[in-house]
Design a protein around this ligand. Structure first.
Ligand code: DC
Length: 248
C-alpha cells in the first residue's frame, strides 16, 4: 500500500504535536459537510480533508477495472492496487488514483453510489485509514466523512454531526444539478439519499453514527454562515485558541 501525503501550500496552521487541532465533521450525504468544512478550513487556516473523495476514488477504480462494486470479495481483493494520494493546490484537495488526478471524475452520481457500496467493505476502510490519519498528524485539519469522530480521529478536539432532513438535502442536490444543467428528478434524488443513508447507517463496518461527544447540528433551517459560525463556536468551546472576531 503506497499512500502518501503532500501539500503545495504552506500557509496552513502547522503546529507542533501539542498544537494540532482536529475538527471531525460527520453526517449523511448532502448535509453540506464538504462546502461548509472547506469554508471553515479557509477561515481557520486548517487543511480540509474530504474522506468521501477517497472512497469515491476506490469506487472509480473498480468501475474502470470492470469490477462489480456489489461483489465484496472482488473489491477487497483489488483494493490494494488502488494507490490513492491526496495533495492540496491553492487550498483545494486533489485526489490522485494511481498517479492520475481524478478529482473531477469522482463527482458523478454513479461514482457516489458505488462509493457507498465499496465503503461497506472492511478491507476498503482499512486501506484508507492510515492515509486519513496521516493527514491529521502534521497539520490542523477539518476532516469530513461518516466515521471521523467515531473511528478515524476518535480523539479529535472538536466533533460535529451535521445533518438536515432528507427532503431539504434532496432540494439542495436538485438545485446543484439544475445549475450544472443536469436533468434530474427531485423524488428520485430524495429516494437515492434515503437509500444511501440506510446503507451508510446500517453497514457493519464503521456505520454512520453520531459520536457520543459530537455536537449535533441540524442545518435544515440554517444558512451556510450560521452553520460555519456554529462549527467554529464548537471548536472554540473545545479549546481552539482563536480570536472570536474571525467568526463574527
Ligand atoms: O461524502 P460522499 O458522498 O463523497 O461519500 C461517498 C460515500 O463514501 C458515502 O456514501 C459513504 C462513504 N464514506 C464513508 O463510508 N466513510 C467516510 N468517512 C466518508 C465517506
Amino acid at each position: 500500500m503506497e499512500e502518501s501525503v503532500s501539500s503545495t501550500e504552506n500557509n496552513w496552521i502547522k503546529r507542533d504535536e501539542e498544537g494540532i487541532f482536529r475538527i471531525a465533521v460527520d453526517g449523511p450525504a448532502g448535509a453540506g459537510k464538504s462546502t461548509i468544512a472547506r469554508m471553515v478550513a479557509h477561515r481557520l487556516g486548517f487543511i480540509y480533508v474530504d474522506t468521501g473523495a477517497m472512497y469515491r476514488a476506490v469506487a472509480l477504480f473498480c468501475i474502470q477495472k470492470g469490477i462489480c462494486t456489489e461483489d465484496k470479495e472482488a473489491v477487497e481483493q483489488a483494493v490494494g492496487e488502488a494507490h490513492i494520494t491526496i495533495c492540496h493546490k491553492n487550498g483545494m484537495q486533489q485526489v490522485l488514483l494511481n498517479g492520475q488526478d481524478v478529482s473531477g471524475e469522482i463527482r458523478t452520481e454513479e461514482v457516489g453510489n458505488a462509493a457507498s457500496a465499496v465503503s461497506a467493505y472492511p478491507a476498503v476502510r482499512a486501506h484508507l485509514l492510515n492515509l486519513q490519519r496521516n493527514l491529521a498528524k502534521e497539520h490542523s485539519v477539518i476532516m469530513d466523512g461518516r466515521d471521523i469522530g467515531t473511528c478515524v480521529l476518535p480523539d479529535a478536539e472538536a466533533k460535529v454531526f451535521l445533518t438536515a432532513s432528507s427532503h431539504v438535502r434532496a432540494i439542495r442536490r436538485y438545485k446543484e444539478l439544475k445549475e450544472k444543467g443536469i436533468m434530474c428528478n427531485l423524488e428520485e434524488i430524495e429516494q437515492d439519499i434515503i437509500e444511501r443513508d440506510r446503507r451508510d447507517m446500517n453497514r457493519e463496518a464503521s456505520p454512520l453514527v453520531q459520536a457520543a461527544d459530537a455536537v449535533l447540528l441540524d442545518s435544515s433551517e440554517m444558512d451556510i454562515n450560521q452553520v460555519i459560525s456554529s462549527i467554529i463556536q464548537v471548536a472554540v468551546s473545545r479549546g481552539l485558541p482563536i480570536d472570536p472576531s474571525v467568526w463574527r
